[in-house]
Ligand binder design. Structure first.
Ligand SMILES: Cc1cc2nc3c(=O)[nH]c(=O)nc-3n(C[C@H](O)[C@H](O)[C@H](O)COP(=O)(O)O)c2cc1C
Length: 189
């Protein structure tokens, strides 16, 4: 059995300066650290400040001309798996995250991804997660079957951070368990 830690990147997939993704992602990263299977890196798309895709060659060529693409490539390359923390905007996931995905190709391939969505309304952003899954598969990621959806996000953000509803930690553990199992599964199994 492989006892090496899995390098998990927790990606905050929203760039608004007051984004709820930051406190939610901090809480998610703390739970992932407690889980025990992961070495966790927090990735904030807002800090990354990628421009709209501006590479002359397709990402699948791996030919990158800009330092921001090379840095993003190295960061994603260093991950074994991802936990994606995403809001729902008008029924879908965020445009900045789609842009960040499109910048790369090989770097995503074969890597599991767990989804934590949230929204102001009652769906918890689950439709955004459903929309994202085929995009993840298109670049070769392996989305976990289980996911977490957090409704009513506006009432759950305080100056102290994310006020996780009861039971959420258990739901997240199920996603983390699945991501860990997928990351340890032999390729093609
Ligand atoms: C452009 C935009 C569209 C939104 N669309 C929805 C929506 O369709 N359903 C919903 O429940 N909440 C919607 N919201 C509310 C967000 O879910 C909530 O404000 C959340 O905190 C936004 O994520 P962020 O803080 O990471 O930007 C929308 C918010 C924004 C900014």
């Amino acid at each position: 059995m492989n006892s090496q830690p899995i390098h998990l990147h927790v990606i905050s997939a929203s760039v608004r300066p007051t984004s709820a993704a930051r406190p939610v992602a901090r809480w998610v990263a703390d739970r992932a650290r407690e889980h025990g299977a992961f070495e966790v890196t927090a990735v904030d798309l807002g800090d990354l400040a990628l421009p709209f895709l501006d590479e002359p060659e397709y990402a699948s060529s791996g030919i990158y001309t800009h330092p921001h693409t090379r840095e993003w490539s190295a960061l994603v390359d260093s991950a074994d798996a991802f936990l994606l923390v995403l809001p729902m905007y008008n029924g879908g996931f965020t445009a900045p995250f789609k842009n960040a995905i499109d910048f790369l190709y090989r770097e995503w391939q074969g890597k599991p991804a767990g989804l934590v969505s949230y929204s102001a309304g009652g769906s918890g952003g689950a439709p955004a997660g459903r929309m994202l899954r085929p995009v993840l598969r298109a670049v070769g990621m392996v989305p976990a079957e289980s996911s977490v959806a957090v409704p009513g996000i506006t009432d759950l953000i305080s100056p102290d951070g994310f006020l996780a509803p009861q039971g959420l930690a258990g739901e997240l553990t199920a996603v983390l368990d699945e991501v860990a199992a997928l990351a340890k599964a032999p390729v093609g199994a």
